[in-house]
Every structure is written in structure tokens, then in C-alpha cells.
Design a protein around this ligand. Sequence first.
Ligand code: M6R
Length: 617
Amino acid sequence: MCGIIGYVGFKEAAPVLLDGLRRLEYRGYDSAGLAVLGEQLEIRKKAGKIDEGLARLVQTAPPQGSNGIGHTRWATHGPPTDANSHPHTDASGRIVVVHNGVIENYALLKNRLQLAGHKFLSETDTEVLAHLIGWHYQARRGSSGDLHPLAQAVADALREVIGTYGIAVLCADHPGLIVGARRGSPLIVGLGQGEHFLASDSAALVAHTRDVIYLQDHDLVLLTPQRHEVHRLQGEASRVEISRLEFDTAAAERGAFPHFMLKEIFEQPQTVRNALRGRLDPEEATARFGGLNLSPGELREFDQVVMLACGTSWHAALLGEYLMEELAHLPVEVEYASEFRYRNAPINKHTLVLAITQSGETADTLAGLREARRRGHKVLSICNVVGSTIAREADGGIYLHAGPEIGVAATKTFTAQVTVLTLLAVLLGRMRMLGAAHARRLLAALEAIPAQMQTVLQLREQVRRIAHRFAQAEDFFFLGRQFNFPVALEGALKLKEISYIHAEGYPAAEMKHGPIAMIDERTPTVILAPHDSLYEKTVANLEEIKARRGPIIAIGTEGDTTLAQKADEVLLLPRAPECLWPLLAVLPLQLLAYDIAVARGCDVDKPRNLAKSVTVE
Ligand code: M6R
């Protein structure tokens, strides 16, 4: 959450920072600001989205200088106001800080500084950190040491901090220098010729350089136009590795689509193909992955799987549970990472832990991964962002290869996660009880999914019409059984995230145990009713809703003539094996959420209160 960009070099910093902030805006967008150091230190900051606030301010009064830091905010402490926007300054006004993360002991530190006479202008934890750095900077003045005085002050302050941070710091006494540090919040150094960049996300760097250093937790970095120096806050030797960013800049553009979300929905036939590429082994009727770092013997030894995830990734994990149970007969626990990390869940020693995350930076999933590794378990990540913290900290992993997902609502990464989990279930299944003929049929059906997705996407106009019909509803239900239950949850999450309509997902049969009390003629239900082994039972649930005058949007399989007689609206999708049909069924739900949100005038790609990557706990 929040985005950081820093620049030190020979160009005017403000345009570089603004461009970087625009590319990071999907991470947090309630306010933005920048500080540029030239002849003087100049700060511009404003509540609201970049183009409506900060960009206008910078255009009216462009700050001059070739050294600067910028920030786009997702509020944690204090509402999105100009005063709470970053950068924040210390008491002298000469040190400026931008920060991602949360300083948990900020109240205590603030109190101490207030007693020493410090006055604060904002409600943020970041301003406290700026003051603390300034306090150490003053206290160290004149004393000599190995480290640059600003870096030393940053290190001293961070030693007092409990919490998470990715920070960038400037000081008016030291033009041409940025100090950065991270713990729990990503920070990447971009290496240029006579210039350096610092960013919380590679999206802000690719326009300038492909050579990067992913900072580790407890790293402290000093950047000048010519030099980059990485130190460890805890004194050990630093490990600096230069990586090459593989990033298709065109993939991060919206093209002809009105929103990134719509573009990403329509990319899914291709992203599923990408997730499958090179991973099918038809001869052995199994799947193969390059980066698991586990031998077949080790994979065979696992007798349980625990999956850690949040949000949409949690829904993919739940589908993964059904898949692994069905195809590999493995017991699976799907855990909200935020709960797992604080629970003392007994896990047997032959357990494989999967951390499932699009961004690879979700704070709770990262903490869950660390907890699982601390207990001695092997952890694999299923992740989209190459080089992200979770991908680097896991013992091995599988990348989704879905390309950058900019829309805050996850779409293509969900189907890529499910694709990868299906392959993993086949791999683990083939080491256990899954027969070759069954696996071969399944893999062939999986290969056919992208073309079938293309067919489903042709329902767009029909979905749009349905969306307009129900756009004013204030409550929605989504129902599905078995493999389609996680899809129902995901459909409900998509709708509430971007349209702010209250929506709930349930296993279809669960309605009568309480939620059916909510049904009336104003409460539509989307019911996933494929022609599968439970079709009649699902239709019976549909009847129960209809009997209470609830409008019904049924999603079934082609050739179904029953649903049209019972439901208000019907969408028919191609046939696929029960365990793969969710890959098709989620598409109309994504489109429905999208079209309802557009019809209600919502900002689809930047929904209120959300951010793409949740790096706070
Ligand atoms: O990056 P991750 O997959 O770990 O993110 C997890 C959730 O924050 C994310 O799925 C969130 O629920 C999205 N807004 C879903 O659209």
C-alpha cells in the first residue's frame, strides 16, 4: 500500500517523480506529495488523486532540483488531508521523509518528542519518524563515524521503531543524497548512468532502467548520482545482487479499454495460456514446474497441504483445496494468513505450505510464510510479481506469468492462480492415486479452457444488459456448490469492492440456514448451476429463492433449458469438467461486477478505501 519513488541524478526530479507516482497510484490514491531538493527544499502535497491534486500544484509552482522523493498514500493514521499527506518534515524542516508501513509505537515516540518540545502538524506516524530522525541527526552533529551522518541518524531512529517501513529520506544539508531503508515494506533501487532511483514497486522504474537491487529487510541504502551503498541496519554484511527486470511496458498500458479491469478480464484466455506454458507433460500425464526446489521424493513425502492467502487469493486457495482433495487425496487447510500467523495451529511435520499471493508483498501472507518457515516447514509461493518479497523468501515457487495487474480488483491473477493450483494438484495427484488416463483427460480439458474463455467473453453484451437491470440493487447473493462455492465468494467480493453493493457468497444449500431471511424482490441472487453431479440440488435451492420472490440470475451450461423457465436471467457457458468449470464461471461474475460499477458511476480501477497491495497488517 502507498507508493514511494525517489530520484537522484541530472534530470529535473519533479517530472520523474510525478511520472513514477502515476505508475504507482494503483497502490494507494487518497493523497500524494513530493519533495525536491535544489537550491532549496520544496514540498508539494495534496489530498485527492494525483491528477486532481498534486499534478496541478506542481504545474502551477514547479519545484526545481535534480534530487527528490515522492509518495502516493493509502491512509493509515489520520484521514486523507493535505496535512497528513507525505512527505513529512522533522522539527527543523530540513529533513523530509516518505514512508510506507506502520510505526506501531508511534504514540510513545510522539509523546517523548512532545515532552522535548516537538510540535506536530499531522496525525501521522510518519511525521513522528521524521522528527525522530531529525532528533538523532541533531544529537549526532559533529560526531564522526563510518556512516554518513544522515544515514546514521536514520539507522539510530529505526532502531527505536517497532513496526514496518519502507522509507526514503532527504536532507537539505546534503543535496544529491537519498537515504532509504526497509523492513516489511518493499523497496527497490534502480541503477542508471549518473542517476539512481528508489521505488516501492518496479512499475515506477521500468521507464528508466531494468537493472535493480531488491533491498532486503533491515537494509539501509545511500544513493547519490554516481554511487549506491547498501548497509545492514543490524551491522552484518549486506548481500547486494543486481537483478534484471523483465517487464513488458505495453502490458501496463490500458490500450483501447476504458479501464484496466476490463482489459485484464479480457486478457484471461492469454494469461491462462501463459500459466500453462511449458508446464504440461502429456507423456507422463502430469505437470512440471521449474522453480519448486523440491525433489519428487520430497513432494511425495507431504501428507498435508496448508495454504495461506488473503482476499481473492484466499478464494483461489479454497478452490485449490477442493482440487487437491479431489485429485491428490491430500488433506488441505486453507488459512487466512492474518489468522494463521497468530494461531498456534498444530501442523504435522510432513506439511507443504503454500503462500498464495498476486503481489508477493501482502504483509499478512508474508508474516504467515515466515511463521511457517520458522516452524521448519517448506514453503512454496504462488505469486505473480517476479522478485517480490514472498517470491524471494519462499523455498521455491511458481510464478503466474499473468503480467502486471493494475486494476485494484484482482481478475486475471485469480484465474492464473486457479490454473497453477490445478496443475499442482495434478502433479501431487500423479504421485499418489490419480490415474494417467484421468489426468490426461483433465490436462487436455485445461488446455481447452482459454478458447472456452473466449466464448464466455462473447457474453459481454448480455452481461451488460443484466448489469443495467440490477445496478440499483443494494444487496446481492452469490451461490454455488463444491468447486463453485469459492467462485460465489469471489463474485461477491468483486461486486462489493468496486460497486459498494453489499454482497455475500454462500454454499447454495446454506441459504436456508439463515441468509434466506434477507431474500425479497429487491435482492437478486446469482446462482452457479452447471450441469454437474449436484445440478438437481442446486436447482432446488434456486426454487427456494424464487418462492420468496428473489430475482435470479442463473449461470449454467449450454444446452440447459430448465434454467430459462425458472430464472429471471440466464447465462449459458461451455461445458467443462466440474473442477475446471470455475475458470469459466468466474468470468461473467467479473463482468457483472464491472458493468454494475460502471453503471453506478464508480471508479472501477481505483475503488474507494482500497489499494492494490496490502503491505500493512
Ligand atoms: O496480492 P495478494 O494476492 O496477496 O492480495 C490479497 C488481497 O489483498 C487481494 O486479493 C484483494 O482482496 C483484492 N482487492 C481482490 O480483488
